[in-house]
Design a protein around this ligand. Structure first.
Ligand code: ATR
Length: 287
């Protein structure tokens, strides 16, 4: 039997990552020789920890918070155009001991939107937030061919800088609902609405009825934004899709096999999220 291809998601913290569930599912499904772990790295030790993992024979990594930018300096095999434009690397392929960096988040988002079954025109997309996730999503929306993309962010200057990089529009938060009037697709890229974070407080009635409402947050799966959108009869896309589809492209790069999303995988992920929530609640009540 071939030697197992060793892979890991690296981050700090990384214990709650769902990536091991996703990749282990596909490794088993396709009967491949591989193993995928979650490895926590102390931020000050990134370089030495990567060197140790290479010595142990690791062939690829997913990179998550807080290393998506810092890892770029360690990519001695180069960074592709997608990752360079997004300004972050979420996937590393190790070839001949060198790290090649790419970013599969834009694909993850656009594939999730395309395969969601939602119908939409590509006339106007409205993006809330201007952080790292927003950059991947704007890149994905541009590649999908949206005619107009508007970024609205709490800090206008951050949105303006990003808008310049991607040749799209930035508007101040006061103009949010004016921009919402024509949106075919709305995407929340901020962490607002995530468990433990404040709510987004967005009035979905300000959107056209046909607008597809997307959230990148997947804990909870139905954020207040998506719950309101669904209740009002609007189409919704949860953040779990982006997570699974970005993983598909990473998997392809490592194994040369494009895996699929499936109800079985979705079931495993929802079960894992349920377990994690229960553990967190038990911890809280014990404290
Ligand atoms: P990521 O890389 O995961 O996208 P990030 O770079 O920290 O995370 O970006 C977080 C985004 O959520 C930013 O657009 C941030 O707005 P600012 O640029 O004004 O900081 C937005 N965000 C976070 N907390 C927020 C809050 N309480 N209200 C409004 N926007 C918030």
């Amino acid at each position: 039997m071939d030697e197992a291809i060793k892979l890991a998601v690296i981050g700090y913290p990384v214990g709650q990552s769902l990536s091991p569930v996703i990749h282990s599912h596909w490794i088993e499904q396709h009967d491949l020789a591989g193993e995928y772990k979650a490895i926590e790295i102390t931020p000050s030790n990134l370089k030495s920890s990567i060197a140790k993992l290479l010595d142990k024979g690791y062939r690829g990594f997913n990179v998550t918070i807080p290393f998506k930018q810092d890892i770029m300096d360690l990519c001695d095999g180069g960074i592709d155009d997608t990752a360079r434009m997004i300004g972050a690397v979420n996937t590393i392929i190790v070839k001949d001991g060198r790290l090649h960096g790419t970013n599969t988040d834009a694909f993850g988002f656009s594939e999730s939107l395309k395969l969601s079954g939602a119908s939409f025109a590509k006339t106007h997309a409205l993006v809330l937030g201007a952080g790292g996730a927003a950059r991947a999503i704007v890149y994905g929306l541009k590649q999908m061919g949206f005619k107009k993309i508007t970024i609205v962010n709490r800090t206008l200057t951050t949105a303006q800088e990003m808008a310049e990089d991607f040749a799209v529009e930035a508007l101040p938060i006061e103009e949010l609902y004016a921009a919402a009037k024509t949106a075919d697709v709305l995407v929340n890229t901020t962490s607002l609405g995530m468990e433990g974070q404040p709510e987004l407080n967005f009035d979905v009635q300000q959107l056209p009825q046909h607008c597809v409402v997307c959230d990148i947050v997947y804990k909870p799966l139905y954020t207040q934004l998506l719950t309101d959108a669904r209740a009002s009869g609007r189409q919704t896309v949860t953040g779990l899709g982006m997570l699974v589809h970005q993983a598909r492209l990473s998997f392809l790069k490592w194994f040369d096999v494009m895996p699929d999303d499936s109800t079985e995988l979705q079931h495993k992920l929802q079960q894992k999220m349920h377990e994690q929530k229960e553990q967190a609640e038990q911890k809280e009540s014990a404290a």
